[in-house]
Design a protein. Structure first.
Length: 379
C-alpha cells in the first residue's frame, strides 16, 4: 500500500494547516474557556471547500479523495479538536449518511448548503436509554396517512444547537425494534423541533453538544433516508465512516501534543541541559512517535479501504481504537513532560488531554470497537 501523499493531498494538508494557524489558533484558549464555537472560522472552511472535500461536485462537493478529507480533519484537530469533531460529524455522519443512503431529491435539496458551510448537519441516534445499545431507541415516527409524526428526545448531539438539519433515527414500527427503525432528514425549522439542555463538558468545550427534542414534528415521506425499516443498517454504515473521522480527530490531537512536547524538550533547560538530553524523556518520545506512526498507517489504510470500495467496518473500528488511544496516551505524557507548565492552559496540552478522552468514548466506545472487530473474527 502506497502512503506517499499525492500533490493534491499535500496541498490540501498545507492549506488546512495554514487555516488552522490563522483562524483557529489565536482564539482556541478563549473558545475553550467560554465554550464558544468559532462559527466564522467554520464558515471559512466551507468557503474554502473543506466541508465538502470528499463528495461529488454535483452535490456541491470538491470531488477529492477520502484521505484528503482525513488529512484535513487531522490538521484542524491538531489545533482545535472541537472544530475537528464538528467538521467530522457534519461531513462523515450527516452528509456521509445522505450520500450513502438518501434519494437524489434529498441529496440535491440538502447537501449543497451543508457542503459549502452555509448550513450545518448533525446525527441524532443516541437517546438516554440507547447509547452503546443503539438498538434501544424509543423515538417514534408514526405514519398518520399524510406525514410521519416524530416524538422523542435525542441526547449528546454534537452540533445540536448549531445545526440546521438533523439525520434522525426513529421507530416507524415500534413492535419490530431494530427492523422497525427508519432514518429521516429533519429540519430544525420544522414546528416541534427544539434544542434541550446544552451540555457543560470536560473537553471539546467549544463544540456544541445538546439534547434535541421532537414533539409532534410532521416530516414528509420524501424526507425518509433509505427504506422504511432499514434505518439501523443506515446508522451502522454511517458510523463506519464516522469512526474514520473520529480516528482523524484523535490522530490530530496526538500529533498536536507531540509537536508541543518536542519543542518544549528542546527549549526547556533544567540541571544545566535541555530536557531532551535526559534519556528517559528522549526514549519516551521515541515510543510515542512509534505509536503515532502505527496509528497513522491504520487510519490511512481505513481511509483507502473506503475510497477504493472495500469493506471498511473493521479497519475503521481498528483505526478509531488506535488513534484515540494514541490521543489519550500522547496528550497525557505531554502534560507530564511539561511538568507544572503542562497543567497550565497556555501550553495547550491539558486541553488536548481533556479533548482526547471523549474520542475514546463517542461514536462507539473503544469497547464497542472491540465488539465490532471480535464479531468479525468469530462470525
Ligand atoms: N453496516 C451495515 N449494516 C450493519 C453494520 C454495518 N457496519 N453493522 C451491523 N449491521 C446490520 C447487521 O447486518 C444486522 O442486520 P440484520 O438484522 O438484517 O442481520 C443489524 O445491523 C444488527 O446488527 P448487530 O446484531 O450486529 O447489532 P447489535 O444490536 O448487536 O449492535 C453494535 C451492534 C456494534 C453494538 C451497535 O449497536 C453500535 O455500533 N453501538 C454503538 C452506537 C454508537 O456508536 N453510538 C454513537 C452515536 S453517534 C455519536 O457519538 C454522536 C456524535 O454526535 C459524535
Amino acid at each position: 500500500m502506497n502512503f506517499q501523499l499525492t500533490d493534491q493531498q499535500l496541498s490540501i494538508q498545507s492549506i488546512t494547516r495554514q487555516l488552522a494557524q490563522t483562524e483557529l489558533l489565536p482564539n482556541v484558549l478563549k473558545d475553550d474557556e467560554e465554550g464558544r464555537f468559532p462559527e466564522k472560522a467554520y464558515a471559512k472552511m466551507g468557503q474554502m471547500g473543506l466541508i465538502g472535500l470528499p463528495f461529488p461536485k454535483e452535490y456541491g462537493g470538491q470531488g477529492a479523495d477520502y484521505l484528503s478529507y482525513v488529512l484535513a480533519v487531522e490538521e484542524i484537530s491538531k489545533v482545535n479538536s472541537s472544530v475537528g469533531i464538528a467538521y467530522s460529524v457534519c461531513t462523515s455522519l450527516f452528509s456521509g449518511g445522505l450520500i450513502n443512503s438518501a434519494s437524489e431529491e434529498i441529496k440535491k435539496k440538502y447537501l449543497p448548503d451543508v457542503l459549502s458551510g452555509k448550513k450545518m448537519g448533525a446525527f441524532c441516534l443516541t437517546e438516554p436509554e440507547a447509547g452503546s445499545d443503539a438498538a434501544g431507541c424509543k423515538t417514534t415516527a408514526l405514519w398518520d396517512g399524510e406525514a410521519y409524526v416524530l416524538n422523542g428526545l435525542k441526547c449528546f448531539i454534537t452540533n445540536g444547537p448549531l445545526a440546521d438539519y438533523f439525520l434522525v433515527f426513529a421507530l416507524t414500527d415500534p413492535e419490530k425494534k431494530t427492523k422497525g427503525l427508519s432514518a429521516f432528514v429533519v429540519e430544525k425549522a420544522m414546528p416541534g423541533v427544539s434544542v434541550g439542555t446544552i451540555e457543560n463538558k470536560c473537553g471539546i468545550r467549544s463544540a456544541q453538544v445538546s439534547e434535541i427534542i421532537f414533539e409532534n414534528v410532521r416530516v414528509p415521506k420524501e424526507n425518509m433516508v433509505g427504506e422504511e425499516g432499514k434505518g439501523f443498517a443506515v446508522a451502522m454504515k454511517d458510523l463506519d465512516g464516522g469512526r474514520i473521522g473520529v480516528a482523524a480527530q484523535g490522530l490530530g490531537i496526538a500529533k498536536g501534543a507531540y509537536e508541543i512536547a518536542v519543542q518544549y524538550l528542546k527549549d526547556r533547560q533544567q540541571f544545566g541541559k535541555p530536557l531532551f538530553k535526559n534519556q528517559y524523556l528522549a526514549f519516551k518520545m521515541a515510543e510515542l512517535s512509534v505509536q503515532i506512526e502505527q496509528a497513522q498507517y491504520m487510519l490511512y489504510k481505513a481511509a483507502m479501504d473506503k475510497q477504493e470500495g472495500r469493506n471498511y467496518s473493521i479497519s475503521a473500528a481498528k483505526a478509531k481504537m488506535v488513534c484515540t488511544d494514541a490521543a489519550m496516551q500522547v496528550s497525557q505524557e505531554a502534560v507530564q513532560m511539561l511538568g507544572g507548565n503542562g497543567y497550565m492552559k497556555e501550553y495547550h496540552v491539558e486541553r488536548m488531554m481533556r479533548d482526547a478522552k471523549i474520542t475514546q468514548i463517542y461514536e462507539g466506545t473503544n469497547e464497542i470497537q472491540k465488539l465490532v472487530i471480535s464479531g468479525s473474527l468469530f462470525r
